[in-house]
Design a protein. Sequence first.
Length: 226
Amino acid sequence: MSSNPTAAGEMNPAAALQQLKTLFPALFDGAPKPLKLRIQADIQERAPGQFTKQLLSAVLRRYTGGTAYLIALTKASERFDLDGQPAGELSAEHREAAVTELARRRSLNEERRALEQQQRRNRAGLLRDFQGTTLTRANFCALKGVAEEELDGLLEIAKQEAEEDRIRRASQPAGGDRRPEGRRDGGRPGPRGERQGQRPPRREGGGGGQNRPPRAQGDKPADEQA
């Protein structure tokens, strides 16, 4: 392949990764595969002048630090060369390091989501209190510990979030559709045996089961059996 140092120097990491996929699709295209150790030297040997050393280091560092690549490490037992062929065993140490890093990222994501949810609840409470307050704007901000110049922005975000919540609730099935049949009209459900189709119809003139025929010993209705 002909070298092109100028183009290599101007290439950004995203373009460099695309070039790697074009040059070595068996390794870089498709789902990530664990790279052969010291793969950078192989790339520079087979694609001389295509990438500067600094650029290639940055691209491979970003590629091997991606979540998809780390997940691939946790599932693989081998590494692969530029032709997609097995090129050495993946050590248990490297696999465990990937597992640890994924757990760390998952924990950080959960903490971030929890913080975002709490901030959203805080803004909703701020909007609710502002709409019902009799305080002046300045006194309200002082009470809530909010800078007066930030209040309008927080209230606007809270209104947008409230509208998002309203739209999401409206798109969900109505609560009545999830209730057992027999409650949709707001009435009381029938007796248990009647709901299950196990209780015989009441005899004419009967009252509460007093005129039922005697039950054989040991015989129990289905809804009383253990």
